[in-house]
Design a protein around this ligand. Structure first.
Ligand code: BGC
Length: 706
């Protein structure tokens, strides 16, 4: 097995979505799922293309309510390319042209997706098609296909149709089907005199103009005839040429994408047309693209494991870098939790960069800094959000998108019960702590004094101000009430009407951590304009945050110890996979809020982020008794009560157990490694990869190797 090559044989409708996600090609600016070039969205294939940071907000009517959601926009499809013997049937899924054999493989080293199909049409003509595809890591506005069509047993006229398709909608996630996904308004579709077809659309409410231009050529066939076909929001070039049995006909499609958000351009349509005309042929594009990847790989690779593990590590680094690529240093984009690989979570940015920074910050500090800039530009929005809650400092949203407002949907859908339910996950205030940790990690990786004295320090100080104002004094301790921890299965108390839990240990201890860091780092206080009064309060919190304990372990939150034990055996027997216990219980008319059952690592996040030593120091500083036995008890306790309904959970457990209970770590490492490549959450990878888990795996190996 070549660890650089991820190969799939045959065609399997059930796993096509997964394969498309894992063969996505992108460059940080744009990414396209690895869908067949001749396919349209049809429930099996989903040829999505996404631009980093290109969001659009639409209203939808569900469950008797009007809700507003912001989505990353599925932009016009640049892939369409198909063929037919003149007068025959176009090759397309579900048509009369049968696939006899097919294979596709992704060359991770060079970033090239190749697909080979052998087909036979209704008249018995057999043809072999090979397609190579790239999304340029060299010039982020360019993508290309090189296709050879070889008739095996026929001669005659061959037609090749190369299109741009603006009729697409956001429909990549079945759960969102009831929501409005019509984000594109078609503006123009035409062919220009220079042999380029062009499509112009704009997003419905954010009004980003998106222009695509495609130049399709048949280099070895100067006599090829060209005809353009235009329909609403769809335009194609049809090339007609003579084909002979056994002789390959080669066609190239070079596509340029520009938007009204791009810098240093005039009109997007003009920029795209000029770029498509100027671009070299496929082989030269490929050479430059592969050169860019070679430079990335020199820094990106993490060593470790056998060939199979190697391949997974390279695959995960590949997908991470296709989203968080050096090209984002010139963009205003955060880290979408599911990459630019699908529409799950609507392209939103959560806290997942917390899992990405340990890998990214030392290797690609410029990219890490760009992700922090994304947060910094949204500091005014976060300050306004804090002020609306009567707090100081900056309150970052749990889900962040275009302008930095809270994008967490008001309702989420349980496919098991068919019910829309209130979504309280925006109460995960700890996302701000992740921003502060990332500032700190970036500083540790770069030792860049200007960063901490500048926007990095300002971010950290503003988050600290917020948490200092969130904490309330109760007796001799400081409490934080009405929030959610990382574990999304607890969004409230069973007997309390308002959502939120109190004194989440992760939030409270990380607050103490942040206060200490700020107090030790005068540059942060200067950058954030912190006053003596601010620092006095921070010092009180650093020593006074409340942490609850029960049964000799840290309580995930106040009152956790009084919750019921779940009958784990009954649920495992009854349902098999209980990762999404929340949906199971809700469908039964119950709620996880009643049980000691967590979706994902929560208390254990403290071990993961801080390490045992720093956690011990912090707890000692807070005046709590803590030792190695308490740590081991706490790890075992939550290990037995977590269902791993998030891919992040296996990463945390693998890392923590490797240190505290080495024998128990292996299954979690395997689960973390398999998270996307084997789609362990049962169908979620098809909707987008899990960048936090991917990067988490890379740092698990990076750490053990280093
Ligand atoms: C997890 C969150 C995570 C989000 C995006 C959720 O399922 O519970 O911790 O940030 O997915 O990856």
């Amino acid at each position: 097995m070549d660890p650089w090559v991820l190969a799939y044989d045959g065609f399997d409708p059930a796993t096509e979505g997964l394969r498309e996600a894992l063969t996505t090609l992108g460059n940080g600016y744009v990414a396209t799922r690895g869908a067949a070039a001749e396919a349209e969205a049809d429930g099996v294939h989903y040829p999505g293309t996404y631009l980093a940071g290109c969001y659009d907000r639409l209203e939808s009517h569900v469950a008797g309510r009007t809700v507003t959601n912001e989505d990353v926009v599925n932009i016009p499809n640049w892939l369409p390319l198909t063929f037919r013997p003149a007068g025959g049937e176009w090759f397309a899924p579900g048509g009369g042209v049968r696939i006899l054999a097919c294979r596709r493989w992704l060359d991770l080293r060079r970033g090239v997706l190749t697909r080979l199909v052998r087909v036979r049409d209704g008249d018995g003509r057999t043809t072999v098609v090979e397609e190579r595809r790239l999304v340029s890591m060299d010039d982020p506005h360019l993508a290309a296909l090189a296709v050879t069509v070889t008739p095996e047993d026929w001669d005659g006229l061959l037609e090749v149709r190369s299109a741009l398709d603006g009729r697409v909608v956001n429909a990549g996630v079945a759960r969102y089907r009831e929501l409005n996904g019509r984000h594109l308004v078609p503006l123009a579709a035409h062919s220009s005199a220079d042999g380029v077809v062009e499509l112009l659309a704009r997003t419905a409410t954010s009004r980003v103009e998106i222009a695509l231009a495609a130049r399709t050529t048949a280099p070895g066939h100067p006599g090829a005839r060209r005809a353009a076909v235009t329909r609403r929001a769809w335009v194609a070039d049809v090339l007609t040429l003579h084909a002979h049995a056994g002789e390959a006909v080669r066609v190239e499609k070079v596509v340029a994408v520009h938007t009204s958000r791009d810098r240093a351009i005039g009109a997007p349509a003009e920029a795209a047309r000029a770029a498509a005309l100027r671009a070299p042929g496929f082989e030269e594009l490929l050479e430059r693209h592969a050169g860019a990847w070679e430079r990335l790989w020199a820094r990106a690779r993490v060593e470790g494991g056998d060939a199979e593990v190697r391949q997974i590590l390279d695959l995960y680094a590949f997908h991470l870098l296709q989203t968080a690529s050096p090209h984002i240093t010139d963009l205003d984009v955060g880290l979408p939790a599911r990459g630019l690989h699908g529409e799950a979570y609507r392209g939103h940015v959560f806290w997942d960069e917390l899992f990405v920074f340990p890998y990214l910050a030392p290797r690609f500090p410029g990219v890490a800094e760009a992700l922090l800039r994304y947060r910094w530009r949204r500091l005014p929005a976060a300050r306004r959000a804090a002020a609306r809650e009567g707090r100081a400092g900056a309150m970052f949203p749990w889900q962040s998108g275009g302008d930095g407002r809270e994008e967490t949907p008001e309702l989420h859908y349980n496919p098991r019960s068919g019910r829309w339910l209130p979504d309280n996950s925006h109460l995960q205030r700890h996302v701000g702590l992740a921003v502060a940790v990332n500032v700190w990690r970036h500083h540790r990786a770069t030792r860049d004094a200007a960063f901490l004295a500048g926007f990095g320090g300002e971010l950290m100080a503003e988050v600290a101000r917020f948490f200092a104002s969130l904490a309330v004094r109760e007796g001799d301790r400081y409490a934080i009430r009405g929030v959610m921890g990382p574990d999304e299965y607890h969004d409230g108390y069973p007997d309390r009407a308002e959502p939120g839990i109190d004194n989440n240990a992760y939030t409270n201890v990380m607050t103490a951590w942040l206060m200490r860091r700020v107090l030790e780092t005068p540059a942060v206080a200067d950058a954030g304009g912190l006053t003596a009064a601010d620092l006095d309060r921070f010092a009180e919190l650093a020593h006074g945050m409340r942490v609850d304990f029960h049964d000799g372990v840290i309580s995930q939150f106040e009152g956790y110890g009084e919750l019921l034990e779940l009958d784990w055996d009954r649920y495992r027997r009854g349902y098999g996979d209980i990762r999404r216990l929340d949906r199971i219980l809700e469908a039964e008319g119950d709620t996880p809020n009643r049980y000691k059952a967590s979706k994902q690592a929560d208390v254990l996040m403290l071990f993961h982020v801080l390490g045992e030593e720093e956690l011990s120091r912090l707890l000692a500083g807070l005046g709590y008794a803590w030792d190695a036995a308490a740590a081991a008890r706490t790890v075992d306790y939550y290990l037995a009560r977590t269902c791993h309904g998030s891919t992040l959970s296996a990463v945390v457990h693998a890392g923590v157990l490797a240190r505290v209970r080495p024998g128990a770590s292996e299954p979690f490492l395997v689960e973390a490694l398999n998270s996307d490549v084997r789609d362990v959450q049962g169908g979620t990878t098809a909707e987008g990869v899990h960048l936090g888990a991917m990067a988490g795996v890379l740092s698990l190996f990076g750490r053990s190797a280093g």
